[in-house]
Design a protein around this ligand. Structure first.
Ligand SMILES: *Cc1c(COP(=O)(O)O)cnc(C)c1O
Length: 365
């Protein structure tokens, strides 16, 4: 035991003592306070949230619901049934979570024992290593290639007797590229659990969900946070072989998804025409933003099939740009890691957000 661990800390799990906190995004009211800009002037392009918000049907339904005093259904019968048609698989293959983040945690809890390994195709979403470590697992990083594609040979070489899970975000966060089906199948053939995180599926239109019926070690995760504008209500779901979904239903907290989220899913799925129109607007804006960013000499945007664009900053300091934008009330995500040097990730906003961003960038450099 570390002698610096005083009092109650001596009782903490020793493997969690040195854990680095997850770097979450900062809420708009705090951003507004930091920048000294009224909250209405804040342009939030750091969380890949939907700038058009949720379906208006969600707000009406939430205001008119009368049974908030009753616990939600532990078996999630209605939600899973409603998702059947949208997903194209039967309810027995579906489990919902408090955001897909909760499902990442549950999958790890189901498979990982102390010392088991998880392959992480970096650079990628920070929740995979974070949740793995909390579960006592060991993260093995397998770098993507120069164009951020997954190197199947390298991943397979990294598989050991202790490897239980491979995480693949597709489209990947923060790079925006999709992993083709044949590459995913190559990983599935290893027999290890392959989790394909399709949080941005609606922006790419590419999915491997139907393959879950064929391969019991393939899992697909989806979210209502990005396309459906429900990040604040915390609702996502996974598509699993029936054996895995049964085990997940057994180990999850009985009331893991709340009634408001259940109602929001129901109304969103009734209103997919509206939601898809906002997705189309975001995709069109993504292409316009990409062109505008590419016109700036100091930015090198990477093509994206999601609702954000990763930009390498050339001959300028990304951190200085990040802070300069912040002072103008524009918030983007800054990266400077060994595999993502001097970079910014910019969520696609409304056209007026693109215009304000480009103007601010021109003033800064
Ligand atoms: C945003 C994001 C999630 C989280 O989705 P929630 O449903 O809000 O928990 C999962 N995976 C990736 C890759 C993401 O970018």
């Amino acid at each position: 035991m570390n002698s610096s661990e005083k009092g109650i800390e001596r009782l903490l799990r020793s493997d969690l003592f040195g854990l680095k906190a997850y770097q979450p995004i900062v809420p708009p009211d705090v951003l507004s306070e930091q920048a000294g800009i009224p909250i209405k002037g804040v342009i939030k392009l750091d969380g890949n949230e939907n700038p058009y918000g949720c379906s208006p049907r969600v707000k009406d339904a939430l205001a008119n619901y009368n049974f908030y005093h009753i616990y939600p259904d532990p078996d999630q019968r209605e939600v899973r049934k409603e998702l059947e048609r949208y997903v194209g698989v039967s309810a027995e293959h579906i489990v919902a979570g408090s955001g897909s983040d909760e499902l990442i945690d549950l999958i790890l809890r189901l498979f990982i024992e102390s010392g088991d390994q998880v392959l992480n195709c970096v650079p990628t979403f920070g929740m995979y290593p974070f949740c793995t470590e909390i579960c006592g697992g060991e993260v093995v990083d397998v770098p993507r290639d120069k164009s951020y594609a997954i190197d199947g040979t390298k991943v397979k070489e990294a598989v050991s007797e202790r490897t239980k899970i491979i995480f693949v975000a597709s489209p990947n966060n923060p790079t925006g590229n999709v992993t083709p089906e044949r590459d995913i199948l190559e990983l599935v053939k290893t027999g290890i659990v392959v989790v394909v995180d399709e949080a941005y599926y609606e922006f790419s239109g590419v999915t491997v969900a139907p393959l879950v019926l064929k391969y019991e070690n393939l899992i697909v995760l989806r979210s209502f946070s990005k396309w459906a504008g429900l990040a604040g209500l915390r609702i996502g779901y996974g598509i699993f072989s029936t054996l895995i979904s049964q085990h997940l239903l057994k180990i999850k907290q009985p009331y893991n998804i709340n009634l408001a989220a259940e109602i929001a899913v129901k109304e969103s799925l009734i209103d997919t025409d509206y939601l898809k129109s906002t997705v189309r607007a975001i995709i069109a804006e993504r292409e316009r933003l990409f062109t505008k960013l590419g016109e700036l000499k100091f930015l090198n945007p990477f093509p994206s099939q999601a609702n954000f664009i990763l930009c390498a900053v050339v001959k300028e300091d990304a951190q200085v740009i990040h802070e300069g934008l912040q002072k103008k009330g524009i918030f983007v995500r800054y990266f400077d890691t060994p595999l993502l040097r001097n970079s910014l990730r910019i969520s696609v906003g409304k056209p007026e957000h693109t215009d304000a961003l480009i103007e601010a960038l021109k003033e800064l450099c």
